[in-house]
Design a protein around this ligand. Structure first.
Ligand code: FES
Length: 499
């Protein structure tokens, strides 16, 4: 049995039949031998150890020696680098940068310091890199700004946390624009060695930098907001949790699940209607909702920007509230809050679920038809932070008449995360522009997402893109709960009177 694969050469795809169940690397050798072709590619160890065979396979960076061929597979040179020939890319800018960063121990040779394995145990998690450059190929901050990319920051971290190194690696990371990283986690997702550069290098560096006073001015404003009002943004209208029309609990008959609603800062202070929709939607699906009114910011903006001191206080407060509730789960409608509660609240005694998980778990309703064209943006902290991407699509595809169109790269970061929207607006806006183009290319009426930060940022990016390109069409951005609120079939019967 054979499969057909396509290989990009000189800008065009060539199609070949190759035996099924072999690796891409074996397929390339097979094509050269069987069809007398001379496709150029790099490879050495054939065992996932040298990193030289990385290429873009079905739009994602992969090792050719570790990836099996599939029918219709598209094989291209590694994205983000200039092509030398066929599948060989120019790695020299990476090596040059590495050289500039002095990737060797800076040490006084007269005072050679002896270390024990224990001294460098923290380095273990970031030392397994095989230089495949997959992380560089997909990093949005590298693509749209002066940021060297994940593995170079990892290299700096490798020396920063080695007690023998006397270089000022933290300062170097600061001047190499470490605050441009949106912490989208794409580098972690594509790394064949599963190195968590975001947590073990970027966020670790930022925590050290904050202590040394090397932070971004705007991150301090967010800090002041939370220190004054327990929210990362300032109060404008009546917050959801202070609205007298919002009760402490909404209990339904024949309850399928009981959840506590974790609103997050933006839903409480800016997007109160989204919060009210969430309550109605949950109730309509047979889910009772408890609303602890004294909850505060989850701490995500502070964890991502190195302000662990504040994040720890916020976490302690929220844990005291949510650990003592008798509910099946704590539900979030913000990807960032959900990811933080799931991954950073290690002491929690409750289960955390994104609202799309809850709705799929209790069973979707029959929705009323909606004649719209929509596309969906995967928030990084939902797609990679919580591995949720099927659930929202399942909901959307259950709405009759709704036309669902995937954008080119639905899970590409919109540019809002990691403190970049507040700290480096020009970087955030450059990344957002690419997302806006993808959205406009779908010609959708709405972009749906499950993250208020993405919602705000994509809205701004679409407005700018529309103006810059003199477009007529307005594309609206909406949280999935706002859309569901429109299509709940027995909406009238279940309508909760929240003004
Ligand atoms: Fe070495 Fe694939 S050939 S990693």
């Amino acid at each position: 049995m054979t499969v057909k694969i396509k290989i990009k050469r000189n800008g065009c795809f060539e199609e070949y039949d190759v035996p099924e169940n072999i690796t891409v690397l074996d397929a390339l050798n097979y094509i050269n031998k069987t069809y007398n072709k001379n496709i150029q590619f790099r490879a050495s160890c054939r065992a996932g150890q040298c990193g030289s065979c990385a290429m873009t396979i079905n739009n994602e960076p992969k090792l050719a020696c570790k990836t099996k061929v599939k029918d219709g597979m598209k094989i291209e040179p590694l994205e983000g680098f200039n092509v030398i020939k066929d599948l060989i890319v120019d790695r020299s800018p990476y090596y040059k940068k590495l050289h500039n960063l002095r990737n060797y121990l800076q040490q006084n040779v007269d005072e050679e310091e002896k270390i024990t394995p224990n001294d460098i145990k923290d380095l273990k998690s970031i030392r397994g890199c095989i230089d495949c450059l997959s992380c560089l190929s997909k990093c949005p901050a590298r693509k749209f700004s002066e940021y060297p990319g994940p593995t170079l920051i990892r290299q700096l971290a490798r020396f920063a946390y080695d007690p023998r190194d006397e270089g000022n690696r933290e300062e170097e990371a600061y001047f190499e624009n470490i605050y441009n990283c949106t912490t989208c986690g794409k580098c972690v997702e594509v790394c064949p060695k599963e190195i968590d550069i975001v947590h073990n290098a970027v966020e670790k560096f930022r925590a050290q930098l904050f202590k040394k006073g090397l932070y971004l001015k705007n991150h301090l404003i967010v800090r002041e907001n939370v220190l004054k009002g327990n929210r990362s943004v300032v109060k404008e209208d009546t917050p959801l949790l202070e609205d007298e029309s919002v009760k402490d609990e909404y209990i339904v008959e024949n309850e399928k699940m009981r959840v506590a609603f974790f609103t997050g800062c933006l839903v409480d202070y800016r997007l109160q209607d989204v919060g009210k929709s969430a309550i109605r939607v949950l109730n309509a699906h047979g889910v009772s909702v408890i609303i602890p009114k004294n909850q505060i910011c989850c701490g995500s903006p502070f964890l991502r920007t190195g302000q662990k001191d504040v994040a720890d206080k916020l976490k302690k407060h929220n844990l005291e509230i949510f650990n003592n509730l008798d509910v099946d789960a704590v539900v979030t409608i913000c990807a960032g809050c959900g990811s933080t509660l799931k991954n950073d609240y290690c002491e929690k005694e409750f289960k955390v679920m994104d609202i799309t998980e809850v709705l799929n778990a209790v069973g979707l309703m029959e929705y009323s038809p909606l004649d719209v064209k929509i596309t969906y943006h995967d928030p990084c902290h939902l797609r990679r932070g919580q591995k949720i991407y099927i659930e929202p699509r399942n909901i959307l595809k259950n709405i009759p008449n709704l036309e669902f169109i995937e954008m080119e790269i639905p899970d590409q970061c919109c540019g809002a995360g990691g403190g970049v929207r507040s700290g480096k607006p020009e970087v955030s806006s450059a990344i957002g522009k690419r997302k806006a183009k993808m959205v406009y290319d779908t010609d959708a009426d709405y972009v749906i997402t499950v993250c208020p930060f993405c919602e705000y940022h994509i809205r701004d990016s679409l407005t700018k893109f529309k103006e810059e390109n003199d477009l007529k069409k307005d594309i609206k951005v909406m949280n999935i709960v706002s859309l569901l609120d429109k299509v709940i079939t027995d909406n009238k019967k279940n309508k909760i009177k929240i003004k």
